[in-house]
Write a protein that binds this ligand. Structure first.
Ligand code: ADP
Ligand code: MG
Length: 343
């Protein structure tokens, strides 16, 4: 007869980690979101070997005192909501589940160095190994937080085995950090891989400047502004799209955001593509960085922490508005030969 037993806390944490932390890029995503939530003006991301050896995210945000730094790695601790009512009221932060640091700590060796912006002239270093806090000590540092994660999945060999080549893992990291850098031009965000700076945005608030840092000059100069305030379910559509000649074969450079949050939404991508009509060669995709503002109660962006899915109450009205806004921008710049939509 098989016996039913309860799982211990560390096993539960490792299983939970499998849900949220799939690869180095998932760690980077959680840490960068925390830095943004902490109000950072500057975020420096450093990785080695695609993030499989080392991931470090340093910020100049609000920081934590010793008690909070220790609490942050415990299970389901968050400073962002205190009850389900806060959730239903709509949260203005990226994270609120209070599980990221706990789960990352369960499947790696993690060090948090942090010092609050006010009220402490010394910082705290918390070391975590496979979920156990092994050391808490004072450390001298500037206000802000640095989280260092090494040996990801060292204690979950099955998961470690599924990691891809460093170059592939780094491509995922690059995509994630690029997404946040494009969405937050007022924050200086840098990415360094194996001692090479991949990009660094200035944090001056200029969207085109951020595109220039992340995608380079050729792409940036091909981008035109999209700016619309349609009636209906979208209150504003803003951002940049490339001219029809500046394209790639994959969809990864079509980035869409809803109320500031990146979403992977095929319906929005298709709407952007169809605005170009026949101007776009078959199987080519433009560069796009497009921000949609919609009333929070008409959209669900919290469908799943990892899938980045989105559900609109009035999907076709939303996609029509996006297509119209992009087409109008292209027409304004004389970039469409005819206004006939593609098929
Ligand atoms: P969540 O982001 O869902 O609250 P996390 O596990 O990611 O959960 O973080 C737990 C808590 O630790 C946060 O609510 C926040 O109070 C604190 N924290 C995490 N990262 C930072 C940071 N970079 N700066 C300041 N506080 C942080
Ligand atoms: Mg978080």
């Amino acid at each position: 007869m098989t016996e039913i037993t309860s799982l211990d806390d560390s096993t539960i944490a490792k299983i939970a980690a499998g849900e949220v932390i799939e690869r180095p890029a998932s760690v980077v995503k959680e840490l960068v979101e925390n830095s943004l939530d902490a109000g950072a003006n500057r975020i420096d991301v450093t990785v080695s070997a695609g993030g499989t050896d080392l991931i470090r995210v340093a910020d100049d945000g609000v920081g934590m005192d010793e008690a909070n730094a220790v609490r942050a790695v415990e299970q389901h601790t968050t400073s962002k909501i205190s009850s389900i009512d806060d959730l239903e009221a709509g949260v203005g932060t990226l994270g609120f589940r209070g599980e990221a640091l706990h789960t990352i700590g369960a499947v790696s060796r993690m060090t948090i160095e942090t010092r609050p912006q006010s009220g402490a002239d010394v910082g705290t270093e918390v070391r975590v190994e496979g979920g156990d806090v092994t050391d808490v000590a004072p450390v001298g540092r500037a206000p802000g937080t640095t989280v260092t994660v090494t040996d990801l999945f060292f204690n979950t060999p099955a998961r470690r085995k599924y990691l891809k080549r460093d170059a592939t893992e780094f491509a995922h990291v690059n995509r994630i950090v690029s997404r946040y850098a494009l969405a937050n031009p007022d924050v200086a965000i840098s990415l360094t891989h194996d001692d090479n700076e991949v990009f660094a945005t200035a944090g001056t608030g200029d969207r085109k400047g951020a595109v220039l840092s992340v995608y380079g000059r050729d792409v940036a100069t091909s981008m035109i502004d999209v700016e619309a305030e349609p009636d209906g379910p979208i209150t504003a559509i803003r951002g940049l799209v490339s001219d029809p000649e500046t394209t790639r074969s994959g969809t990864e450079y079509v980035s869409t955001y809803v109320n500031g949050r990146y979403v992977r939404a095929g319906e929005l991508r298709d709407a952007i593509v169809s605005a170009y009509g026949k101007q776009l060669a078959a199987d080519r995709y433009p560069f796009a960085v497009l921000f949609l503002s919609v009333p929070p109660d008409t959209v669900d962006v919290n469908v799943h922490p990892r899938k980045m899915a989105v559900r609109f109450d009035e999907e076709s009205a939303v996609t029509d508005a996006v297509e119209a806004a992009v087409r109008e921008a292209l027409l304004d710049h004389g970039l469409l030969r005819s206004s006939a939509p593609r098929g």
